[in-house]
Ligand binder design. Structure first.
Ligand code: PXP
Length: 238
């Protein structure tokens, strides 16, 4: 099974929004990412619309052939939008207004009752639901109770750790990927992945998909998006 690469285009929209207007266009970036070998496009429609907007989601659905993975908070507003657009997948993420980025995984275990409604409604609409969780047995058990077909492990701790701590984080992700598969859940991973740290994560055989955004958009400034996506694909293929 080939490990899929989902390219997150949020930060193309961040740059556009710094000046208002419509340049650079995240949908154009999605098209380029598709040509460079991305297997999917990921976009996080935040409550405060700080990067992608509702109009971007409309266009991503209408103009891009790749599957869209819509990252969303578990709110009624986002559920209504997801049900109206029916993206291929929806990844439920925790969202705090003050955070710079999604700082940790969902507490699927502690929030079972509030998440169940969202997992059920999205699943009934044939949207593949994923829960963005920390790689832990407890969170996988919670995802199983919720009936989520997919989990995405937050790799932020791995990405920021060094030395032995990094090895321990990698092992935690690998063990949890194996546990997820054993229990019929498809594991994905993402957050903070770069050319320098992606290879050991991509080598975890059970992982089906990596979602990568900030680094690829940053590298695109120097080498272009096509080159940065192609290079990431090559590293993942190793
Ligand atoms: N996966 C999820 C669920 C995320 O929320 C994010 C960050 O928006 C990513 C992957 C990508 O993280 P990064 O932008 O650090 O590559």
């Amino acid at each position: 099974m080939r490990l899929r690469l989902g390219v997150n285009i949020d930060h193309v929209a961040t740059i556009r929004n710094a000046r208002g207007g419509d340049h650079p266009d995240p949908v154009r970036a999605a098209r380029l990412a598709a040509e460079a070998g991305a297997d999917g496009i990921t976009a996080h429609l935040r409550e405060d619309r700080r990067h992608v907007t509702d109009a971007d989601i409309d266009r991503l659905i209408g103009e891009i052939d790749l599957p869209l993975n819509l990252e969303m908070a578990a709110t009624q507003e986002m559920l209504t939008i997801a049900l109206a657009h029916r993206p291929h997948a929806a990844c439920i993420v925790p969202e705090k207004r003050q955070e710079r980025t999604t700082e940790g995984g969902l507490d699927a275990a502690g929030q079972h009752n509030s998440l169940a409604h969202f997992v059920d409604r999205l699943g009934e609409a044939n949207i593949r639901v994923s829960l963005f969780i920390e790689p832990s047995e407890q969170q996988i058990a919670a995802a199983m109770r919720l009936g989520a077909p997919v989990v995405e492990f937050h790799t932020g701790r791995y990405a920021h750790a060094e030395g032995e701590e990094r090895s321990a984080e990698l092992k935690r992700i690998a063990d949890c990927a194996a546990l997820a598969v054993k229990n019929g859940i498809e594991p994905h991973a993402g957050h903070g992945l770069t050319f320098d740290n992606v290879v050991p994560v991509a080598a975890i055989p059970q992982l089906a998909e990596l979602n990568i955004g900030h680094f690829l958009v940053g590298e695109a400034i120097f080498d272009g998006l096509d080159t940065s996506v192609r290079r990431m694909r090559e590293l993942i293929a190793r």
